[in-house]
Design a protein around this ligand. Sequence first.
Ligand SMILES: [Zn+2]
Length: 257
Amino acid sequence: MKLIDAHIHLSDTEYTAHTEELVADAKNSNVQALVSNSMDLETSIRTLKLAEKYPSTVYAALGIHPWNVNVLKENELEETLKLISEQKKNVVAIGEIGLDAKYEKIWDKQLMVFDKMLRLAETISLPVIIHSRGTTAQIVQMLPSYKLKHVLLHWFSYPLTALSDAVSHGYFITEGPPAAYSNGIREVIAQVPLANLLTETDGPVKYWKQPFNGQMTKPSFIRNVVEAVAEIKKTSVNDVAEQIARNFEAFFDVKLT
Ligand SMILES: [Zn+2]
């Protein structure tokens, strides 16, 4: 069985001392791919190094997260865009990028950075991984004006009307450990076609409910996610895992080994 963690932050400082342990945990639990997302220039550089160190396991997604648009250093945006272009061959997606409604004071900057990242994704033809807290419907309306290769809405939670729009455009969503306990997320999983779904941990984000109980988030949590999806979709764990592995290969244009 080939399991996939399509959204984790291995470059996060909370994980720095645990990289070996996390990669070993992935191997031991059949998680064959970790798409490591970045938050800014520094984590983008670290992500590239991790992908180089763990080939065919860690895949690099580079970008600037909406939470960080207000603390960018001079030229950081330009340098990040340049790094992504130059390293295009070593990068599977631009992420994590997007818009967050909770950070409305920096809304204009969020829009500016998001637009620059989307334009780069158009130009160099890379998929995008999007954070859309409170902005999903708006983002799903915005995106068709860009020519994007593939779109992934990470941790899709609401509204369900935006889910059907997203699916009609061929976008993908990721769901993670809340699949095991959140009724809202379980409803999204019930509605989304399996062909548009990928699995994630979003680690080092912690999950306090059962069965995770606030322990360090690890790739092996993906097994719980796949089991929850199988239960909701009334199919087997094997079938879910197989479809998600296929989705991963198609979305990121990567062949699992
Ligand atoms: Zn994330």
